[in-house]
Design a protein around this ligand. Structure first.
Ligand code: HEM
Length: 120
């Protein structure tokens, strides 16, 4: 049940991020709307809460937990690059956007494989 919620908030998080990049390009004035500003914060808070609930529910900290640390570090990079992508313009925006998407995909692969070093 919590895992389904976690997956739901993951989908909401990535869609709201891509949606805000779209608005930043096409209708930047809409980004000033209160619900568009607050909504993603609420979604990402629930993403974190469900993630930590899964950590404790599965007693993951008493097992090999390197992948959880990797997920958290990549999550900080995802959020940071996401902020740069929304606030900047031109080439920098697209580089940050690509970086944020790469972090997101890495987080998802780590979640499924439970290994931080996915390339070796
Ligand atoms: C962008 C952020 C995140 C993404 C894309 C993501 C992705 C995923 C995915 C795809 C799964 C399902 C894995 C499976 O069924 O094998 C999962 C499960 C899980 N996630 Fe996340 N997650 C994110 C954030 C977090 C955070 C912040 C935490 C907590 C520190 C966390 C902890 C967990 C745990 C403990 C599981 C359950 C593993 C299991 O029981 O198999 N996740 N996550």
């Amino acid at each position: 049940m919590i895992k389904i919620l976690h997956l739901t908030f993951i989908l909401l998080s990535i869609s709201s991020f891509v949606g805000r990049i779209y608005l930043a390009e096409k209708r930047p004035e809409l980004l000033e709307q209160k619900w568009i500003k607050i909504g993603p914060h609420i979604i990402n808070t629930f993403l974190l809460i469900t993630g930590f609930t899964l950590v404790f529910q599965g007693s993951w900290l008493s097992a090999e937990y390197g992948w959880i640390v990797a997920k958290l570090i990549a999550l900080v990079a995802y959020v940071g690059l996401g902020i740069v992508a929304i606030k900047s313009q031109g080439e920098l925006r697209w580089k940050a956007f690509a970086g944020a998407l790469a972090c997101f995909v890495y987080i998802a692969i780590v979640a499924v494989s439970k290994h931080a070093f996915i390339f070796f």
